[in-house]
Ligand binder design. Structure first.
Ligand SMILES: NC(=O)c1ccc[n+]([C@@H]2O[C@H](COP(=O)([O-])OP(=O)(O)OC[C@H]3O[C@@H](n4cnc5c(N)ncnc54)[C@H](OP(=O)(O)O)[C@@H]3O)[C@@H](O)[C@H]2O)c1
Length: 357
């Protein structure tokens, strides 16, 4: 990575106009979007004006939450997508031209201007990251911090706890289960949507038990997997799995509500947690959270995470989808259960011989 230069601004941006793909919201969906609600177009990329930088995006994140940003539905702690406007989302890219002294050509940066191959914006929109921190720049888009704060700060994980994680083969759930184990959980249980994912949980990610939530009533499967009850539930889905967890939780159990995939997949509101008598009787805590309230934990988590990776005690799972044109359908496929681990879109051509999701 090039070092910070403060003494010289790159003066000339010449040559033919640069073009790149970007994705816009074509129409606001009523319920679940289709791929046609997103339009991928070629656009001219502006050169950076003073104070701006031009970034070539390498990877962008696909998040189930993006479906909610397209709809006019519930209020989220971030702006919804607007019809005719470029979508946004987490991305990692390389500075290719800078007209601001704080960033230099070659710097690796993370930012929120995904869904486009090139991003030109004020330098403050970009945060430089260590290019040597991870084997692939795409790992800067991982959801490990979400898993970590959900367990440590929201659910107050304690050594010896039994932990249940839903959507456990996904970006957040796969790391939540592994981090729970690394932080002293006695038993870690995961649910996922296929026999292959269940085998992956116990065979590769080290879960003690796992089940397919399609296999009969979740309550029965969870009771069988957690005969001594559950102390912490890391909830990515809501719906039947949340209701089952409430039944199986131990006294003073803690539920960290991270996501609502049941609702995100259906495109309509969930039935919710049901009868709350058990919540009162067992003095349960059910607490929603969003990562944005816990960003101060990033340095602490980053250090721990890199240590776990170095010593080989955590598996980082990732699915790479090739090209922005594939992203609209891939977003639907993500929530449909096609992928495992963190799903990212490569926005630069794949090296020869690389497999495509
Ligand atoms: N609170 C925060 O700050 C925060 C931050 C990031 C993400 N989130 C939320 O956390 C949740 C997980 O995000 P992620 O990126 O890690 O997603 P993910 O788990 O990688 O999401 C995709 C998976 O969702 C599962 N799924 C879809 N519908 C389901 C359902 N009804 N029941 C169970 N599983 C279902 C599918 O797997 P199966 O094959 O297993 O069905 C699919 O593989 C999402 O709701 C997301 O919006 C919250």
């Amino acid at each position: 990575m090039k070092s910070l230069t403060t003494n010289a601004l790159p003066p000339v941006f010449s040559g033919p106009p640069r073009t790149g793909l970007e994705a816009r919201l074509a129409a606001r969906p009523d319920g679940l979007p289709t791929a046609d609600h997103i339009q991928v177009v070629t656009t001219t990329v502006p050169d950076p004006a003073p104070g701006q930088v031009l970034v070539r995006n390498l990877f962008m994140s696909l998040d189930p939450g993006m479906l909610l940003l397209m709809s006019g539905g519930p209020r989220l702690p971030m702006p919804r997508y607007e019809v005719g406007q470029v979508l946004y989302g987490d991305a990692v890219g390389e500075v290719v031209a800078s007209a601001d002294p704080s960033l230099a050509e070659g710097d690796l940066v993370v930012h929120r201007l995904g869904w486009r191959e090139y991003a030109t914006a004020g330098a403050e929109a970009f945060r430089r990251v260590d290019a040597d921190a991870h084997p692939s720049p795409s790992m800067h888009l991982g959801f490990g911090l979400v898993a970590y704060v959900g367990l440590v700060e929201v659910a107050r994980l304690r050594p010896g706890d039994t932990v249940f994680v839903s959507s456990a083969a996904g970006a957040t759930g796969g790391l939540a289960g592994q981090i729970a184990r690394l932080m002293g959980a006695a038993r870690v249980i995961g649910s996922a949507g296929s026999p292959e994912k269940v085998a992956h949980l116990t065979g590769t990610l080290g879960f003690d038990a796992a089940f397919d939530y399609h296999d009969g009533p979740v309550l029965d499967r969870l009771r069988a997997a957690a005969p001594d009850g559950v102390d912490v539930y890391f909830d990515n889905v809501g719906g039947e799995q949340l209701r089952a967890a409430i039944e199986v939780m131990n006294i003073h159990g803690r539920i960290a509500v991270c996501g609502a995939l049941n609702r995100q997949r259906a495109g309509r509101p969930d039935e919710g947690p049901g009868d709350l008598l058990a919540v009162a009787a067992k003095r349960l805590t059910l607490r929603g959270f969003t990562l944005f309230d816990h960003l101060d934990r990033a340095p602490e988590f980053g250090e721990r995470f890199r240590g776990w990776l170095r010593e080989g005690s955590i598996v980082y799972d990732e699915t790479v989808v090739e090209g922005l044109a594939s992203a609209p359908q891939a977003l639907l496929d993500l929530v449909g259960g096609r992928y495992t681990g963190k799903t990212v879109v490569r926005l630069t051509p794949a090296p020869a011989g690389t497999s495509v999701a």
